[in-house]
Ligand binder design. Structure first.
Ligand code: CUA
Length: 342
């Protein structure tokens, strides 16, 4: 091959590779990672992209060069001369891809094993998915349960998933990993958050009519802020259960069942916007022409019996009538009535 040909091929490859690199680097393809695992996953992504750009440049160079150099003259109607195998070329295009794919395999295996390796002092959180809400329970706070995920910066967090109904999928884009929640299984996901901030938790498995609304927040705070948050929310150690324990806290029932993820209620500092604003329960009951207590109870137990105009059907979980005990339900109804402003 003449020196001029090699220079042309190289020139085309550099231009094609440069354009592809610019598209890769200057467009925002990925969110800024917010966990160590996501940082490593991004590294694998860019490693593969670099290989792809190299192959792209080689293919474009050979293709453009051939189109220009070997194009037929206008009056040339002959077939080209037949060509048989080229051993050198065939060895080359077998060995090079094999080496590249093995390299991707090795890098991926290293990243996967590092991402699965738990750090010291693991924080365990139980995540429950149901149509259409997430709840997060903290064994370190005696099982305190809430509708938003709060985690400390820089510490190994192990989420263990349970689904109460169908397959959901837990995803925080900035953490770079998804985990399906499958009824009957308890999969885990290891995350080491490394950037303070609030990120969206999204369900990415079509799970029913409220799928698009099955969202909440993941909040990454400093370890000190997390320690005081955990202390503040620690549930008093459960007293030996006398079966007719009278003093159930409606506020605790509200928080523990993740109601605040979808509903606004000033008394519990929740600002959910998916379902009706519970500070306005009296107005909603008047609008539905029902007595307040009966209206509130029905809305919890049989949420589809009356749908507040402007809100979607089949989004409120229909399970609270069976999952809450009677004292819990009564306490919740009382709490909502007493907290409602208008
Ligand atoms: Cu849960 Cu989609």
């Amino acid at each position: 091959m003449r020196r001029g040909s090699i220079a042309s091929l190289l020139g085309i490859a550099v231009v094609a590779g440069g354009i592809a690199t610019a598209v890769a680097v200057f467009l925002p393809w990925l969110p800024t990672p917010a966990s160590r695992e996501a940082g490593r996953i991004d590294f694998v992504f860019w490693f593969v992209i670099a290989i792809c750009i190299f192959i792209f440049a080689v293919v474009v160079a050979v293709m453009v060069y051939s189109i220009v150099k070997f194009r037929a003259a206008p009056d040339d109607l002959e077939d080209g001369p037949p060509i048989h195998g080229h051993t050198g070329l065939e060895i080359g295009w077998t060995i090079v891809p094999a080496v590249l794919v093995i390299a991707i395999g090795i890098v991926s295996a290293i990243v996967l094993s590092r991402n699965d390796a738990l750090g010291k002092n693991v924080l365990r959180i139980n995540v429950t998915a149901q149509q259409f809400a997430w709840t997060f329970s903290y064994p370190d706070a005696n099982g305190f349960t809430t509708g938003t995920l709060t985690v400390p910066d820089g510490r190994s967090v192990l989420l263990t998933f349970t689904s109460l109904d169908v397959i959901h999928s837990f995803w925080v884009a900035q953490w770079g990993q998804k985990q399906d929640t499958v009824p009957g299984l308890h999969p885990t996901l290891h995350i080491t958050p490394d950037r303070i901030g609030t990120y969206a938790v999204i369900c990415t498995e079509l799970c029913g009519l409220g799928h698009a609304l099955m969202r909440t927040d993941a909040i990454v705070v400093t370890p000190a802020a997390f320690a005081s948050w955990l202390k503040k929310n620690r549930v008093a150690a459960a007293p030996p259960t006398s079966s007719s324990s009278p003093s159930v806290s409606g506020a605790a029932v509200f928080t523990n069942n993740g109601c605040g993820a979808c509903h606004t209620l000033a008394a519990s500092h929740s600002t959910g916007k998916i379902g009706p604003d519970l500070d306005k329960l009296k107005a909603w009951a008047a609008q539905a022409k029902q007595p307040l207590a009966a209206f509130v109870k029905e809305s919890i137990v049989s949420p589809e019996a009356y749908i507040q105009p402007g809100f979607p059907k089949n989004v409120m979980p229909p399970t609270f009538g069976t999952s809450l005990s009677k004292p819990q339900l009564d306490a919740l109804v009382q709490y909502l009535i007493s907290s409602s402003k208008g």
